[in-house]
Design a protein. Structure first.
Length: 211
């Protein structure tokens, strides 16, 4: 249920925000994951790990261009808030995945996520159904395949590492979104935002070295 809530919030944000920004908001989830994993899984992190995680969120603020008044430059507030809510859902989901993989297989977790999401999405899908073209069917199948492979890989990672660390490493998807958004959708980032991306990459590299 938490995964479905996070995914629904992400799709809403994608409709109203640039691809890179919507992806960035989605990957605020590590902040919530660290908090929830400390509360519910009793995981503990070294001060150095927390420092690198904190640095990654400095990069996130630079990319979002958050000003001192708490506003996001040129971005509508409601989609931004929904995107952050989706990140909170994601934090709950990641902690649940970490706990579940100690007892059940990866495929079981993926099956529940896909099954519940399909059931809850079905009424809305029927209400606005439009028959896809052959190209759109191909894109939908490719999207589903990539999402499933990504989900399986992510859950395997949670089996072997702390929830906060794995979810922070997932911030790399922001960089990929920036590249693909620029290549295929014409999205462009400012110099300040690219500095934020660089800060993210450096902090993630340091976090990985810190095991």
């Amino acid at each position: 249920l938490a995964g479905f809530g996070g995914l629904s919030s992400l799709f809403y944000a994608l409709n109203a925000l640039p691809l890179t920004i919507a992806t960035l908001l989605n990957w605020c989830a590590p902040l919530f994951t660290v908090i929830f994993s400390m509360l519910f899984l009793k995981e503990r992190y070294s001060r150095r790990s927390l420092l690198w995680m904190g640095l990654s969120f400095v990069g996130l603020i630079l990319v979002l261009q958050l000003d001192l008044s708490g506003q996001f430059k040129g971005l509508p507030m409601l989609p931004v808030l929904v995107g952050i809510l989706g990140a909170a859902f994601g934090g709950v989901a990641y902690v649940a995945v970490r706990a579940a993989t100690a007892r059940v297989g990866v495929n079981v977790v993926v099956s529940y996520f896909v099954g519940i999401s399909a059931i809850l999405s079905l009424p809305g899908a029927i209400a606005v159904w439009q028959t896809p073209s052959a190209l759109q069917w191909g894109l939908l199948v490719a999207m589903g395949a990539c999402a499933t492979l990504g989900q399986i890989s992510m859950i395997q990672a949670y089996r072997y590492a702390q929830a906060g660390v794995v979810s922070t490493m997932n911030l790399l998807s922001i960089v990929f979104s920036a590249v693909w958004g620029g290549v295929f959708l014409g999205d462009r980032l400012s110099l300040e935002q690219w500095v934020g991306v660089a800060v993210l990459l450096v902090s993630l590299a340091l976090l990985a070295r810190n095991k």
